[in-house]
Write a protein that binds this ligand. Sequence first.
Ligand code: IMP
Length: 428
Amino acid sequence: MPVFAVVGAQWGDEGKGKITDLLSEDAAMVIRYQGGTNAGHTVKVGGEIFKLHLIPSGILHPEVTCIMADGTLIDPTELAEEINFLRAKGVDCENLVISGNAHLILPYHRVLDGVTEDASGAASIGTTRRGIGPAYADKLLRIPRSLRAWDLLDRDVLRERVLAQLEVKNKLLTSVYGAEPMDAEAVLAEVEAAAGVVAKYVGDIRPLVRQALATDAFVLLEGAQGTFLDPDYGTYPHVTSSHPVSGGACLGTGIPPSALRRVLLVAKAYTTRVGRGAFPTELHDALGDAIRERGGEYGTTTGRPRRCGWFDAVIVRAAAELNGATEMAITKTDVLDTLDRIRICVGYRLGGEVLDYPPGNLDLLDSVEPVYEEMPGWKQDISGLRSYEDLPANCRAYLERVEELVGVKITLVSVGAERDATIVKSSG
Ligand code: IMP
């Protein structure tokens, strides 16, 4: 069985959670490789819907080992809440392992994310304010006593490091941002309480990963966010601070590139984006609003309305190339059910030229004019269909055009939120 990465093709929210959940039924191990509480996926526990930000959705399968790898960020407060919720629902989380090498998001990172965004005004990124940028910055700055999950295991070390960090962060908050300092005892109390819940899950993931690779187990690498939120390959500076691309899956887990056999690119049947940044096919009209309502396009983490627009084959083709996609899943296809005409962006007009790849300098994405192809809609409810052949001809034509433009075979078509609302398309 291969090591299989699931990556987002657009700007996140492609429905990777649902696809990972589906695939994890056959997996021995699901590993999240980057990001932190900025991500969000919905799981159903005992008829109740819960939005998880950190714990992989595979947690509901007790036989699947769920790992938060070295490249992720752990917010102990949030993680403790997720664990407590799941335990209360009878999910013991005994199959969860947090890499001790993962860095921590602490309360001051969240506050710093907020004040930095506020201070940036019109130049703000529109982050999720979950402390992602400040925590990854501390990691890369290698600041003394920066905290990793290992530090949750020793109360004295935890206390000493949190207090040392907070002293510096309070100086930054008060003298640079004119904000109130944070209360050290309150911060410590929050972190210590969370450590009490989380610490038992922290450990060395290497023996588990080594064993899985040695036995050829089916290992799923679960990406968060999407290709164009990658700090190197995305629409910088409107990006996140970790690498959602498949290369990031290797870095974040320590699994060598040569072990990665399959890369499933997950793309929505249209495009959405939350936060600021370029979006060539964005719809600024009633149709954009209608897609948002039909698709329930509101952020899982922040509740913000997502910007909506047509499928952009130019960026998804580039994503296929950057990720080495071996197959593709198209999600939320049913959201387009009611449309008379559907557009696909097949190129960008820029300075008298038509490009079929994004410009090298992605700042120019703000200036491109999309070149569209238009196709007739299928005007039929497809959410109850389970076989590719049963899809209306216009829907199949749309999917096959997407396949052709992106250059990667579609193997899964999602037609609804439920796990079974998924069509497996043969790759022949
Ligand atoms: P951050 O990751 O919170 O720093 O946010 C940076 C950018 O990435 C912002 O535009 C966010 O809206 C976006 N972002 C972060 N996580 C997600 C996600 O899971 N889905 C969609 N957008 C995200």
